[in-house]
Ligand binder design. Structure first.
Ligand code: FAD
Length: 486
């Protein structure tokens, strides 16, 4: 068995682990990070960027959201069911974390994800000078990895941690297996667990949340996120915190139907269930989690979003009514080509995507209650003509009739997006027993410990997942330094 020694052993070098490792090294501590994969960054490599409030990027844009406003919105959103002091410390640190990252050479563009959201997402401007968007945050991961190297953090790759070593109730190190299969015992004064949650472990999800993701399609299944951190923490005597099983709305095989996803996902077009009835104010679907929650309530966990030809042409000319940060603004320009291509795919046409000359034909092909659907369309068109939705209170600006064939309809499905939480900590990210006592030397950061949201991700303040990963890593490092250095 190989022996190692350091002040801080960081279990995993995803986003929170990197932040924790760098911040601990900046405190003058010797740090070794153990990462299961060959690369750093975990799920963050796929994302856009973190949340921050009162950052210099926001100030340059004359954006005025204050930490106090964000704090109150967040706490009211969660019905004050989460740790208010942690929410405070997190939001109060976010602006400084943007400075910290900018000093490493990371650049940001601030954005909301959609009209109803606050401008808190600090999307990373990618290295190649491209537009911020999906995978842009991999540039932030690269800069952080360089900073970790510069600070002397030793990074062990393909080196999964198997166990937290405990002595007299204190964490004193970890056991890992290196790339050659040799066991490593690393003695450390403090250990942080940063393994990114349970997104890739169906059994554990089912056991903990009662949901295994089979109602929808799994978007959070980032390989390697097996819940190792939760298991190891619990084995070490740490308490359990609730795990959020978050659903969102999406379309089947989205990466191969990106233009159609842009046109339908989280948009305000007419949406019905299998009974042919509306069930939500469609403009609220821009909050993907709200739409996911509603679709979860519907028969078969599906819905159908219908756009008529006039509406497609209008949006081709004037741009999409509802923008979102992921898809940009030009997706309607190629809508007809994308729709025709989808209709050529035997496994997609008339199963997930429909182009029909009548509403009755749509009902037959999609299995929607025909009588109800015809009635709903009449009722909805009438409401659009009067600019008033007496049933679900949709705003006039989003009310557009469905009259002109052909009709383009997408089956909207559930996407499972995140499973945050599981390890009980205090607001300094120190692990706690179920009784609330501190487990000395043991910390948890990022998704493993993210209990920020209560029952639904707070999309009104976008970027919270990465924001929490970064800031909890930094908060833990400060607590570790105090524990080790006194
Ligand atoms: C497609 C996609 C897009 C996203 N976009 C955004 C966004 O724009 N903004 C936002 O705020 N959030 C976004 N998120 C969420 C965000 O990426 C995560 O919340 C964040 O990366 C969590 O950080 P973490 O450190 O907890 O986990 P991760 O960054 O996932 O890191 C976990 C690490 O743990 C490693 N690991 C696991 N087990 C072990 C073990 N036993 N030993 C050693 N290593 C181990 C993994 O290999 C991985 O590297 C997105 C997520 C996805 C999937």
């Amino acid at each position: 068995m190989k022996k190692m020694e350091c002040d801080v052993a960081v279990v995993a070098l995803g986003l929170s682990g990197l932040a924790n490792a760098i911040a601990a090294a900046e405190q003058g501590l010797s740090v070794i990070g153990f990462e299961k994969m060959r690369i750093t960054g975990g799920a963050a490599n796929m994302g856009m960027g973190p949340c921050a409030i009162e950052s210099r990027v926001q100030k340059q844009k004359q954006l005025t959201l204050t930490r106090e406003e964000a704090f109150m919105q967040h706490m009211n959103y969660t019905h004050w069911s989460v740790d208010a002091r942690l929410v405070h410390d997190y939001y109060w640190k976010t602006a400084d974390t943007i400075d910290w990252l900018m000093d490493m050479g990371v650049n940001f563009e601030v954005a909301p994800y959609f009209p109803m959201a606050y401008w808190t997402a600090h999307n990373v401007i990618p290295d190649d000078g491209g537009k911020p968007g999906p995978r842009g945050a991999s540039t932030m991961v690269r800069r952080m990895t360089e900073r970790a190297e510069q600070m002397g953090v030793q990074m062990m790759f393909e080196c999964p941690v198997k166990k937290i070593l405990m002595e007299d109730g204190k964490a004193v190190g970890i056991l890992a297996i290196d790339a050659n299969g040799e066991e490593i015992e690393c003695r450390a004064k403090a250990v942080s667990i940063c393994t990114g949650g349970i997104g890739d472990n169906y059994e554990m999800k089912k056991e903990i949340t009662g949901r295994d993701g089979s109602e929808g399609e799994n978007f959070a299944q980032v390989p390697g996120l097996k819940g190792d951190g939760l298991r190891m923490a619990w084995e070490a005597g740490v308490g359990r915190s609730p795990v959020l099983a978050e659903f969102n709305v999406g379309i089947h095989d989205n990466f191969n139907h990106w233009i159609l996803e842009g046109a339908y996902r989280t948009k305000a077009e007419l949406m019905v269930n299998l009974d042919g009835e509306r069930f939500m104010n469609e403009e609220m679907s821009q909050m993907g989690t709200f739409c996911g929650n509603q679709i979860l309530r519907q028969k078969g966990h599906v819905a159908f979003e219908i756009i008529d030809s006039d509406r497609v042409k209008y949006q081709m000319k004037h741009g999409p009514e509802l923008l979102d940060e992921v898809h940009g603004s030009d997706f309607f320009e190629h809508f007809f080509e994308a729709a025709d291509a989808a209709m050529q795919e035997p496994d997609y046409a008339n199963k997930y995507f429909f182009k029909t000359d009548s509403i009755e034909e749509l009902a037959d092909l999609a299995g929607i209650n025909k009588e109800n659907l015809v009635k709903t369309i009449e009722e909805y068109n009438n409401a659009c003509d009067h600019g008033y939705d007496d049933i679900l209170c949709k705003s006039r600006r989003y009310m557009n009739p469905v009259r002109k064939p052909p009709f383009y309809t997408m089956k909207m499905i559930l996407q499972e997006t995140s499973n945050a939480g599981g390890i009980l900590t205090d607001r300094r990210m120190r692990c706690l027993t179920q009784e609330g006592d501190i487990v000395p030397g043991l910390y948890a950061c990022g998704t493993d410990a993210n209990g920020l949201y209560g029952t639904a991700y707070n999309f009104y303040i976008p970027g919270n997942h990465m924001g929490f990963a970064l800031n909890s890593g930094r908060i833990a490092a400060e607590a570790m330094a105090e524990y080790i250095l006194g």
